[in-house]
Design a protein around this ligand. Structure first.
Ligand code: TRP
Length: 455
């Protein structure tokens, strides 16, 4: 048997995991959710969710993945032998395919807009023209299907090269570029006249805006942004080396992910504060594909530079995320079904291409086809984000906190006693066993409207 791949350096492992976490969810989702949920108040709850639920669940996935060095199904089989718990791996695999399918549609739009930006078509148009351009593009489903397929092909080409030469190399290259682009945007945003208003909206919590809906959105956003609940982080952790410090890595990943979300807020709010405050989540497409390109025109240096940089940023961020979603099923096909890397990657790509095109067509020929009142695109988002991610979070917290051997968890958290015992270990285990599952369940039930009758 050939030896299982690992990330070569600790930095590479962190870059890849941060690459997974940082994506459209941070650069686009966070500013939109924060904008439509009251800014500062949302941010506070979001930070609470990251620290009390996010970091504990990341660590649960790290412990299972790094402790077994196996794909999610193999890992659950090893840790819960003789039980049916490994069936849970299918939840992660199916959810990752759903997320990948709708995510790739948006990534396809990003690729199209990147090319439009480079060819100069996004600069100096009137706002009506931007609106028309986007409407024409989305409702031409074949064009957007084609870009979805192209994006999945790029995804395939990176993944086929494997862990070291594909994922780690791409993450090491793209993540630093992504940070530089973000910082250029933020510095520019801070020089605008509207900077003060934008920042005070984001950083001054208005507690009258705190509602259950804000809490639900904040938790959903934290889960999606940290890539937790699906076994995506678990799969990456299975490529970590035994010497990698799990607690420190988890904290670094969560902090960097949150930093990028905040930087995205700092970059977007001063530019588009008035637009964002007035929107619900639904109009958020318009923010990225209509409003921002239009506003970039007014920035120093002109629309060309800013729109190229912006879509490049979105493209890099999304590619490092989609490769991580794909790795869940690729490692499963490879290790549980004995497929070669290329074949496993091919199967994942073809399945996602089929569902991706169905999602793209939700804006075209399938726009009238609904499941529970939602288009396929909307249904995939609802099922994966609102149901399966929180379910996965509770499962992993229960599995590590209550089910598996405590010694196993301890050995992973301390690297078999070789690294010092962190003072955080006790509070952390408390969060894993009690706080995280409770918070998730309460917010989840709120989301389903179960408390409506009581409150
Ligand atoms: N975190 C990514 C983002 O913010 C998306 C993502 C990648 C993801 N892998 C995931 C979301 C696994 C949920 C589960 O865009």
């Amino acid at each position: 048997m050939t030896e299982r791949a690992q990330f070569v350096t600790r930095l590479g492992a962190i870059a890849a995991t941060v690459g997974s976490a940082v994506g459209l969810g941070n650069i686009w989702g966070f500013p939109c959710s924060a904008g439509s949920n009251g800014g500062g108040a949302f941010l506070l709850i979001y930070l609470g969710c990251v620290f009390l639920v996010g970091i504990p669940v990341i660590l649960c996935e790290f412990v299972i993945g790094r402790g077994t060095h196996k794909n999610v199904s193999g890992a659950l089989k090893q840790l819960a032998p003789g039980t049916k718990l490994h069936w849970f791996s299918y939840v992660g695999i199916c959810a990752s395919i759903m997320i990948l399918s709708f995510y790739s549609v948006i990534c396809g739009w990003v690729v199209e807009y990147l090319i439009q930006a480079i060819s100069g078509n996004l600069s100096s148009q009137s706002s009506d023209e931007y609106e028309k351009m986007f409407g024409a593009f989305v409702s031409n489903p074949w064009r957007s299907s084609l870009w979805t397929l192209l994006f999945l092909l790029i995804n395939f080409l990176v993944l086929r090269r494997g862990i070291k030469k594909g994922i780690e190399k791409v993450a090491n290259l793209l993540m630093p570029i992504l940070f530089v682009i973000l910082i250029v945007f933020c510095v520019n945003a801070l020089t605008l006249d509207t900077a003060k208003d934008g920042l005070s909206f984001l950083f001054h919590p208005d507690f009258s805006k705190l509602t259950p809906k804000v809490a639900i959105s904040a938790m959903g956003q934290a889960f999606f942004s940290l890539s937790i609940g699906l076994s995506c982080i678990l799969t990456y952790a299975s490529y970590f080396r035994d010497s990698d410090p799990l607690f420190r890595n988890a904290t670094i990943v969560a902090l960097l992910d949150t930093l990028v979300a905040l930087l995205a807020g700092i970059m977007i709010f001063p530019v588009a504060i008035s637009f964002i405050q007035g929107t619900g989540d639904k109009d958020s497409f318009e923010l990225v594909f209509v409003t921002l390109p239009n506003l970039f025109n007014g920035l120093p240096g002109g629309g060309f530079v800013w729109s190229v940089l912006f879509f490049l940023l979105l493209f890099f961020a999304s590619l490092t995320s989609t490769i991580s979603m794909s790795e869940i099923s690729i490692s499963f096909f490879q290790e549980e079904h004995g497929m070669s890397r290329t074949k496993a990657t091919g199967v994942n790509t073809i399945v996602c291409m089929v569902f991706g095109v169905l999602c793209a067509q939700s804006f075209g020929v399938l726009s009238d086809f609904t499941i529970f009142g939602k288009t396929i695109f909307g249904f995939f988002i609802f099922l994966s984000n609102d149901v399966l991610l929180p379910l996965g979070g509770v499962f992993f917290a229960w599995f590590v906190g209550w089910f598996i051997d405590k010694k196993f968890v301890d050995n992973q958290l301390t690297n078999f006693g070789t690294s010092e015992v962190s003072v955080w270990r006790k509070p952390l285990m408390f969060c894993i066993r009690y706080i995280a599952p409770m918070v998730i369940v309460v917010i989840f039930l709120y989301g389903l409207g179960l408390f409506d009758a009581i409150l």
